[in-house]
Design a protein around this ligand. Sequence first.
Ligand SMILES: [Mg+2]
Length: 214
Amino acid sequence: MFLTVTARFLVVLDADSTLIRNEVIELIADEAGRGAEVAAATEAAMRGETDFATSLRSRVGALTGVPTSAFARVLERIEPTPGVRELTAAVHERGGEVGVVSGGFHEILDTLAPTLGVDVWRANRLEVADGMLTGEVRGEIVDAEAKAESLAAWAAERGVPMQRTLAIGDGANDLKMIAAAGLGLAFNAKPRVRAEAPILIGDVDLAQVIPLLP
Ligand SMILES: [Mg+2]
């Protein structure tokens, strides 16, 4: 098998609280009047206190009945993390590519990711019936394992050795990809992630990653 190298290196980011300042599931839950409850459950999952998939199914259940027309309002409320466009531009200038793997949702990321210079992304899918969320997740859940698998698969597809991958995240479900990457970065992270990741970025500014690019 011939390996075609199509990128010099690969940077993979988490979405919620890393690529963007928000947790999208909380913004969607606001549309159901259940924002505070879902925010508390998300916080516990990101600290690694609950099983991610179990927590996600329960939190998505709280979104039942939200119309898909609410996604436009959710997108308007999203705040990209400072420095994100500088980072993705710097990656491209240096011949790298940017991936995002998210425990959040394709329904939002498919619109958002291209505007932030992201080349490839993977997330969960929300089940919809009659224009409303059913409260179920469609297909396989993107958990910590799936994040690490996506990093490895995207690197292999591009002929990028794992040593030339960077993974950036804030939550407990990012720890496997942070451990698998050549360079793992905790970004504005939860205590457990700060304790386990090799490199910490304390400020909420993704441009601080640029000097670490290969
Ligand atoms: Mg996150």
